[in-house]
Design a protein. Structure first.
Length: 235
């Protein structure tokens, strides 16, 4: 553990929960930030609080490092975004090959607001669950985008604000394995029971890998990753 501090971009999904535990094991002080941007799966705003509560109760050795939570109102982003994450529309692919779940500029906006919050709170690093291995083709999930944002933030804030992306090169199966390494069966079970990743906001069905509709791209990706993780687990 270092004496540094961090702000985790925490949606309450599988990836950001793994990132939160990763940060809690490395940094002396960790705060979280979530975003309300008019997302269809806004149930994640409820689940993220439940995840935090269970982390505190089930991992008391990490509880002292978990600081304040913040939720930022970015409804303007949802207003200008005609996407399957912010409108009742089908999930399909645009002519440019990107899925209709792509919210243009979302991670750029998230990182900018997070950096401003970290600056005010005296937090030295940002931690995000962006991944360019198992993802939907979002250009703002790529490491070269993150590197460019780091440079822009350093110039605009006149201070270094490193952006840690521990999942950047991991598949979903590898993310499940990382969760197992970080917190064992207890953390894996917490992720299954409490986190929310389904694009449609469905929490009516509990699968082996968690709640979700089971058919949207996020659920399919999570399900495949779970199957690969389980098949590679010692009996």
């Amino acid at each position: 553990m270092t004496r540094e501090s961090s702000l985790v971009l925490f949606s309450g999904g599988q990836d950001s929960t793994v990132c939160l535990v990763w940060a809690l094991q490395r940094f002396e002080r960790v705060e979280t930030v979530g975003f309300d941007y008019g997302q269809r799966h806004r149930v994640e705003l409820i689940q993220r609080l439940k995840v935090r509560e269970r982390l505190v109760s089930e991992f008391p050795q990490l509880a002292d490092r978990l600081g304040e939570d913040h939720v930022l109102d970015l409804s303007a982003l949802g207003t200008i975004s005609d996407t399957a994450l912010t409108r009742e529309r089908e999930i399909d692919f645009a002519a440019n090959g990107l899925p209709s779940t792509f919210v243009p500029g979302r991670n750029l906006v998230f990182l900018t607001f997070s950096a401003a919050l970290a600056y005010r709170r005296g937090l030295s690093r940002l931690v995000g669950g962006m991944c360019e291995t198992d993802f939907s083709g979002y250009p703002d999930c790529r490491r070269n985008t993150i590197d460019a944002m780091e440079q822009a933030l350093r110039l605009g804030l006149e201070r270094a604000t490193p952006i840690e992306t521990p999942l950047m090169s991991l598949t979903k199966a590898a993310t499940w394995r990382l969760a197992d390494d970080l917190g064992g069966a207890a953390l894996v079970q917490l992720i299954v029971e409490e986190t929310h990743t389904c694009y449609l906001g469905d929490r009516g069905r509990l699968h082996a890998w968690g709640y979700g509709c089971g058919v949207c791209p996020a659920c399919e990706l999570r399900s495949r990753g779970w199957d690969e993780f389980i098949s590679g687990r010692p009996a």
